[in-house]
Every structure is written in structure tokens, then in C-alpha cells.
Design a protein around this ligand. Structure first.
Ligand SMILES: Nc1ncnc2c1ncn2[C@@H]1O[C@H](COP(=O)(O)OP(=O)(O)O)[C@@H](O)[C@H]1O
Ligand SMILES: [Mg+2]
Length: 234
């Protein structure tokens, strides 16, 4: 579904992505793990059209999307749950969700997706009229995932959804990602929580300072000595 090839991104003189290549096959969960500053968010932001690349390819179902404006990339089926959630604190939960669907006009299909979000997140349903900013951190993360689902993406990308959440909520977030995947979505997950991400992933990439340094199935990387030492605490 998604193929990234030889992607180079610079921030001024910083070579943030140094020729990275990766694949996210249809129907799979693929994860990208790595330390702070490795380039994980830059990868997702470039995929979403928020950061410009120097060169490389990003193909979605065989079509080049690199260089397209971000609204066009959303329209083609790529949704992102950004790092730090970025919900709108002064809008209600329902308005936040509606923003995810801003490019769609089939009301019946939009309300179907809203029902799906409410089924996945009953706590969000109970709080539809509340301002986004009054939700707890975990609820805001659910809302951010819900908002992304409202664009009816074929590829859902998430940037460190577990960041800043209490351990119990972290498990909840990973359970939800699993559930969304079981409903037929393709998932590209960026995480620093390597253990939880590798347990969930069909396939995984490890990124270090702008380069992909290791790859394999989630199980393979969980067993890998280098990964265990660097990311799983030995
Ligand atoms: N807007 C920016 N301007 C300049 N440098 C940036 C910007 N965003 C990220 N960087 C740098 O690019 C590198 C990769 O950052 P990032 O993709 O955010 O890493 P990660 O998400 O893996 O923590 C880091 O060295 C970071 O300091
Ligand atoms: Mg990041």
C-alpha cells in the first residue's frame, strides 16, 4: 500500500532523513521505533505533506504522493494522529470529530464512522458536548484517534500515541490500535515504547539518527540482541 524509497529530508543544514526506504503492506501493522530525535516524526510529517523532501518517493497504491498538499493526501486515504494529540481545546468533542471529516460530504457515511468511533470509545460518546480541553490526557488521545478515523482512512498513521499516558491507559491505546487494525485498516505506528509496538507489529523498522538500521518481524526484533540492549532495557 505504502512504499517509501530513498527519502531525504533536510531542516536547513540538518540531514534529518538520510535516504530511508520502507514498506507498509495493505492490511498490516508496521511500526517504526527509535530514540528521541531519530527522525520518526519527520517521516510521518513528510508522508502527510507537512514537511518537504529534498528527493525520494512516497507511493500510495502505486501513485506518487510526495509533494502533494496535505489535504490531498488526506483525501487519498492517509490520516495522521499527530504527536501530542493536537486536539482543539475550545471546540467540543463533536466539533473536533467533524474536523476529521471536513473533506467528506456523504452525511450517511460520515455518521457511520461517527458511530464506529463511539463504539470504539464510549467515553468519547458520553462527552460529545464537552470542550476538548476539558478531557483527560487519555481521553484526548482517544479523541485524536477518533478524529483521524473520521476521514475514513485506508492508512492510519500514529505518532507516539502512548506518550505521556499512564501505563494502564497505554495498554488501552494499544488494544484500540489492534482493534482498528482488525476492522481492516492498515496501520503505520511510530513509537518510543518499543516493547508494546513490537508486540503488536507484523513488521518493524528501527531508526537511528536519520537512517533505518534494522528491520524484521515484530517477533524477530523482540528477540534481537541489539534491540534488546538499546530499546528494551537489556
Ligand atoms: N522543525 C524543525 N526544524 C529543525 N530541526 C528539526 C525540526 N523538527 C525536527 N528537527 C530535527 O530533526 C531530527 C529528527 O526529529 P524528529 O523527526 O522529531 O525525531 P523523533 O520524532 O524520532 O523524535 C532531530 O534532530 C530534530 O532536532
Ligand atoms: Mg517524534
Amino acid at each position: 500500500m505504502l512504499k517509501i524509497k530513498n527519502l531525504n529530508v533536510f531542516y536547513g543544514g540538518i540531514h534529518a532523513l538520510q535516504g530511508i526506504s520502507l514498506d507498509v503492506p495493505k492490511g498490516k501493522i508496521v511500526t517504526l521505533i527509535g530514540a528521541n530525535g531519530a527522525g520518526k516524526s519527520t517521516t510521518l510529517r513528510t508522508l502527510s505533506g507537512l514537511v518537504k523532501a529534498r528527493d525520494g518517493q512516497i507511493k500510495l497504491d502505486g501513485e506518487e504522493i510526495l509533494g502533494l498538499p496535505s489535504n490531498e493526501i488526506v483525501a487519498r486515504g492517509v490520516a495522521m494522529v499527530p504527536e501530542g494529540r493536537k486536539i482543539f481545546p475550545n471546540l467540543t468533542v463533536r466539533e473536533n470529530l467533524a474536523i476529521g471529516a471536513f473533506q467528506r460530504n456523504n452525511k450517511a457515511e460520515i455518521s457511520k464512522d461517527e458511530e464506529l468511533v463511539f463504539t470504539l470509545f464510549p467515553r468519547i460518546k458520553e462527552r460529545v458536548s464537552q470542550k476538548g480541553g476539558t478531557l483527560s490526557g487519555g481521553e484526548q488521545q482517544m479523541l485524536a484517534v477518533g478524529r483521524a478515523l473520521m476521514s475514513h482512512p485506508k492508512l492510519l498513521t500514529l505518532d507516539e500515541p502512548s506518550l505521556g499516558l499512564a501505563p494502564l491507559l497505554v495498554k488501552g491505546v494499544f488494544d484500540i490500535i489492534k482493534h482498528i487494525h482488525e476492522e481492516g485498516r492498515t496501520v503505520f505506528l511510530v513509537e518510543q515504547n518499543a516493547f508494546a509496538a513490537l508486540k503488536l507489529a507484523d513488521y518493524a523498522y528501527v531508526m537511528e539518527v536519520g537512517k533505518i538500521t534494522l528491520q524484521g518481524t515484530g517477533q524477530e526484533l523482540l528477540q534481537n540482541d541489539q534491540v534488546r540492549k538499546a530499546y528494551l532495557g537489556g
